[in-house]
Design a protein around this ligand. Sequence first.
Ligand code: ZN
Length: 325
Amino acid sequence: MAGTENIQRHPEYYFPDGNIVIIAGNHAFRTHRTVLSRHSKVFRDMFTIPQPPVDSDLYDGCSVVHLTETREEAQIMFSVIYDGIEMYNPQSQSKILNMTMDFAFSILHLGMKYQIEPLQKLAIHRLERHFPTRLSIYQIYHQNARMAENLSGDGITLQTPEQCFAVANRARRHQMSKILPQLLYHCAQFDVRTILRHPELSQTDREIILELKEKIRTHVLDMMQPFFLRHTDKACASSTLCKERLEEIFEKQHFLWLSSSHLFCYVSTWLGVGTIYPANFGAKDVGLCGRCFNYLIGQNLLPKRDKLWKELGQLCGVPDWIGEV
Ligand SMILES: [Zn+2]
């Protein structure tokens, strides 16, 4: 047939006894009508409705179906259909957990489009794993993800407004209420101007994110108040310097507050040294006097952080979201 000169046979999913060729990207997958029909209502309907014979649309003697999906998407679809059991082995599990958010959403979309339930489950598993509803797991996961990313740059976390807003949008579209509040929280970390102007956001989500941002700000202010008050007495050795510094910290609402257990993480992330700070990190690195530094790292922010987490669903207009700590 015309236009298949550049088509390559997929090395894994090109079965010699297959009776239907699926072309995605520039790859041909020779598969089985009965197997595809068994897993996908869309393929079932496609193969049940008699198609007029088109002689020219044959590849290696088989009828051809062209998909608009990429080779990678088609490949994962066939791996789920043909090797579903493989998904349970630890190596495959880690592959799934490392797939990018974009790819997970493509898989979700694919699962919905072709009505293949295991594909949808796979994507949802990946996304929910990235945004757990239990705070203690969220914390560990995001600290690890951030560290892993710092080491390997594999893009697990969402860092740019584009990534973050796009993923929140898709979660909204797919009504993924289990992950939406965490995502909107991430979106609220960007500055007001970005949130106001970004074309990717719907008006509803824009309003939710701005309200959430305000609420987080109140929480942070509440948290910082003791620091501002202490500079009126002798607890601080250099009140001008420390006050200025703390005001800066307050202004900069950093990304990972919920995943940090005490204020030091807040400061160290702000300084760009990551959430895990080196043992020899001291007052000078933060720009505070020794007394304020010790006060800072001795703060227990857990109760306030837990409270915000529990309220997150309500704040995001997703009342059935239950945040456990
Ligand atoms: Zn001080």
